[in-house]
Design a binder for this molecule. Structure first.
Ligand SMILES: NC(=O)c1ccc[n+]([C@@H]2O[C@H](COP(=O)([O-])OP(=O)(O)OC[C@H]3O[C@@H](n4cnc5c(N)ncnc54)[C@H](OP(=O)(O)O)[C@@H]3O)[C@@H](O)[C@H]2O)c1
Length: 264
């Protein structure tokens, strides 16, 4: 299937690893110019090197910006070129009780997970509307609805993204611009792999047993009963970044293996 993405330019926040990196790879394979992001120049240089090995002819650059730092974010927009596709992917969390979570921690998660997308959309949505084409994609989480009790702040940011995205989509009426949110569930990123390895060592189990335990005891509502691969999530993101998804706007699309339940 030709996704008709050739020649477009995309910026993906938080893309030196995980879902963002996998999406960068797929977009490069579709002949999209991709700008990746992370906090440090060194991790960007490393990620660009890996992407160039995976997609030798891909046009990839990177910009280091820490989304918890407002000044760095303000400087970022001047460094970015014209964008056709903005993927607000960056997301951080701290696993702790509600009572342990400080105001500073709440603020940091709000800045990185929510305000990054607010600020970038404020800058790029008007440009996309003028061009009469654009894709803004937000990455939420199944936690927006499941709200694990050790992730209340994170879950609140992910729920807020849904309202933000829906609201912005309403500003696109009558244009070819779309704003959608994609909702991953438990996904096997490098971080998740490391977590499984650590628990497996500690509990003298295999990684497969630890994964099985997680779905049997914690994420019981998952129909998939396994982690999604980063490629499975990135495939969906890439489709919604493409012109082929034109009739989907203001939507929340689940890639969570059925964990959130419901008939829509
Ligand atoms: N993985 C899951 O199971 C899962 C499930 C549901 C939703 N999600 C959501 O999917 C998105 C991607 O998650 P992921 O698990 O793929 O992420 P990840 O593997 O933790 O990726 C982290 C990326 O974010 C960058 N980053 C971290 N803090 C940053 C900051 N302050 N400013 C700029 N970049 C920053 C890192 O760059 P450097 O380290 O190079 O700075 C790296 O590129 C997130 O929004 C997450 O909430 C993930």
């Amino acid at each position: 299937m030709d996704l008709q993405l050739s020649g477009k330019t995309a910026f993906i926040t938080g893309s030196t690893s995980g879902i963002g990196f996998a999406t960068a790879k797929l977009l490069l394979q579709e002949d999209v110019r991709v700008i990746i992001n992370g906090r440090k120049k060194s991790s960007i240089v490393d990620a660009i090197e890996r992407l160039k090995k995976l997609v030798p002819n891909g046009e990839v650059e990177g910009i280091a910006t820490d989304f918890s730092n407002v000044e760095e974010v303000a400087a970022l927009v001047d460094q970015l070129p014209h964008l056709d596709i903005l993927i607000n992917n960056v997301g951080i969390y701290t696993s702790q009780t509600f009572f342990e979570t400080t105001d500073e921690n709440w603020q940091r998660q709000m800045e990185v997970n929510l305000m990054s997308g607010v600020r970038l959309s404020k800058y790029f949505l008007p440009k996309m509307l003028r061009e009469n084409w654009g894709r803004i994609i937000f990455i939420s989480s199944e936690c927006a609805s499941l709200v694990p009790e050790d992730l209340i702040a994170y879950s609140a940011t992910k729920a807020a993204i849904l309202a933000l995205s829906r609201g912005l989509s309403q500003l696109t009426s009558g244009t070819e611009v779309t704003v959608n949110t994609l909702i991953p569930g438990s996904t096997l990123t490098e971080g998740a792999e490391q977590f499984l390895t650590n628990v497996a060592q500690k509990e003298n189990k295999t990684k497969e047993e630890v994964e099985g335990d997680f779905f049997k005891k914690v994420r019981t509502s998952s129909l998939l009963q396994r982690f999604a691969s980063v490629e499975e999530v990135a495939n969906t993101i890439t489709y919604y970044a493409s012109p082929l998804s034109a009739a989907t706007n203001g939507a929340a699309i689940k890639i969570e293996g059925g964990s959130m339940g419901g008939i829509v």
